[in-house]
Design a binder for this molecule. Structure first.
Ligand code: GLC
Length: 549
């Protein structure tokens, strides 16, 4: 087997490498949404040089790795998840040289880099799709996509009853009368993964970015690549959403696993533990675990955890089931509360009361960071950013918004650019005060900027920094595979984690009132003010406390 040694990953870049084998098993991975992170050139859109300049902020925050949503050449019909060229950086975000520089700088700071790969579909501007359109029905270029004749008189009806995740039929008719499949927007034609050229092309794309030095991939719609033979009708009326649990002939088909086995082999050819994480919306955590068998991928997002509410029984159940399912395949569990597709957890947990939302969000984060495995953070949650719910229709860009109700058209509200500093929008997102930002930020974000929170011990930012620093140092945090549940009153979760070098207890009061609990030790970090008593402590409502026992 070839060992590729890349120059972009200098041997001395991550000094803790040898000490932390399998770094990904307990990594905290921070998601950067490039268009909304930092705008280096002042055009209102985030870019790679902007991100590079802010990497020291992420280092100081205390994360291990950064995952970047797509920055590839794209007409941006779905904010970059419609890729026209997988080996080019969109000019809007910079150049390939900027990408190499970003990877180099991140490595110099000891941060790993994970990039998005979008294998289910490309852009309708991708060279292969344009060629397929030109070449016409029955031609070999069409076989790399799903082209079919329609049903009904003159073929005027779609070939089957599949619906797009963004709403409307999953088929669009082209001028010569054939239809093509797109599980997402019409600008995102699905690849035909029965075609060997598609496999080869993605192997080559993986190698391209691995050669550039990236440490891994986040696989977009990893559960969608293979469609059931014959593209059978679903036969029911309900809308299928990305967050849905329905069993459908185009998601989570057994054939996807062979693809990931071949990807794993490629990752293993490279030095430095390169990984892949699946975005796979499967019906159960057990189905997700199938993507993580030892010869497949390393991690999968735990969307069942993300979609569980602020509820003690529900959380305990999903934590137990996740650990059991992942332990069975020797994969780390992962935990996530927010990303660029869902309402920010601060707002999800608010029930109409913003202060309560932030209280619960901090408590939920501290719980997540106490669990064994790897945790994902989404940019801005460390500032306590809420969802922006008041965006005017004319600034919205989410294709789901324009195509009906797929995800409620709500994905722009979690994508509003980061507030960094100053008193006026765009709050340091771009270089000029009063300059543009692709989505407007609320005026109240002046109090939430990184600058406003820096050094304030009561701020959300300092809370995240503290929690991540303690997680990094305490041997019983993150590592391991299990939690030991302790007796606790209703509405309270308490668990212990033990390592040879220290024992740690986490208490979470999910109820609306304080609860008296036997003091487990000394406070390491807490999401709310807590005054430990000699024998018993009042756990504040909606709070999590980490204790050294
Ligand atoms: C994934 C992405 C989402 C995108 C969709 C289609 O779910 O997270 O943002 O719209 O795939 O690529």
């Amino acid at each position: 087997m070839t060992q590729h040694v890349t120059t972009a990953l200098p041997a001395d870049a991550t000094p803790d490498d040898s000490a932390r084998r399998e770094w990904w098993r307990e990594a905290v991975i921070y998601q950067v949404y490039p268009r909304s992170f930092a705008d280096g050139n002042g055009d209102g859109m985030g870019d790679l040089p902007g991100i590079t300049a802010r990497l020291p902020y992420l280092k100081r925050l205390g994360v291990d790795a950064v995952w970047f949503s797509p920055f590839y050449a794209s007409p941006q019909a779905d904010a970059g998840y419609d890729v026209a060229d997988y080996r080019a950086v969109d000019p809007m975000f910079g150049t390939l040289t900027d990408a190499a520089e970003l990877v180099r700088e991140a490595h110099a700071l000891g941060l790993r880099v994970i990039v998005d790969v979008v294998p289910n579909h490309c852009s309708d501007q991708h060279a292969w799709f344009r060629e397929a359109l030109r070449a016409g029905p029955g031609s070999p270029p069409r076989e790399r996509f799903h082209f079919r004749s329609g049903k009904g008189e003159g073929g005027h009806l779609p070939p089957n009853d599949w619906e797009s995740v963004f709403g409307g039929p999953a088929w669009t008719r082209v001028e010569d009368g054939e239809w093509y499949l797109h599980l997402f927007a019409p600008e995102q034609p699905d690849f035909n993964w029965d075609h060997p050229a598609v496999h080869e092309e993605f192997h080559s794309i993986l190698r391209f970015w691995l050669d550039l030095g990236v440490d891994g991939f986040r696989i977009d719609v990893a559960h969608g690549l293979v469609k059931a033979a014959g593209l059978p009708d679903i036969g029911h009326e309900e809308q299928v959403s990305l967050l849905g649990k329905q069993s459908v002939p185009y998601f989570d088909q057994d054939g996807v696993h062979e693809i990931y086995r071949s990807w794993r082999r490629i990752l293993q050819e490279y030095a430095g533990e390169r990984i892949a994480v699946a975005e796979a919306w499967t019906p159960t955590v057990e189905r997700s675990a199938r993507y993580l068998r030892p010869d497949e991928l390393h991690q999968a997002f735990n969307f069942e955890y993300l979609t569980t509410g602020w509820d003690a029984d529900g959380l305990r159940d999903v934590i137990d089931r996740s650990l059991r399912a992942m332990n069975a395949v020797q994969a780390p569990a992962t935990w996530v509360l927010s990303n660029h597709d869902v309402v920010r957890h601060c707002t999800r947990f608010a029930d109409g009361d913003a202060a309560r939302g932030l209280r619960r969000a901090k408590a939920a984060t501290l719980l997540m960071l106490a669990l064994p495995g790897s945790a994902y953070l989404y940019q801005g949650e460390e500032l306590g950013l809420p969802e922006v719910t008041e965006l005017p229709d004319e600034v919205r860009q989410d294709p789901a918004f324009f195509r009906s109700t797929g995800q409620g058209g709500r994905r722009d509200g979690c994508r509003v650019p980061m507030p960094w500093s100053g008193q006026r929008a765009p709050f340091g997102f771009g270089p000029a005060e009063g300059g543009p930002s692709w989505l407007p930020q609320p005026a109240g974000w002046r109090d939430l900027t990184a600058e406003a929170q820096d050094g304030d011990p009561s701020s959300t930012l300092e809370f995240y920094r503290r929690a991540l620093a303690v997680r990094r140092e305490h041997p019983a945090l993150g590592a391991g595979r299990d939690v030991e549940w302790l007796d606790a009153p209703e509405g309270v979760l308490a668990f212990r984690r033990t390592s040879p070098r220290g024992t740690f207890v986490c208490t979470v009061n999910l109820s609306a009132a304080p609860v008296v609990y036997p003091t487990p030790g000394t406070v390491l970090v807490s999401s709310a003010d807590v005054t430990p008593g000699a024998t018993a402590t009042n756990l504040p409502a909606d709070s999590t406390v980490w204790w050294a026992a």
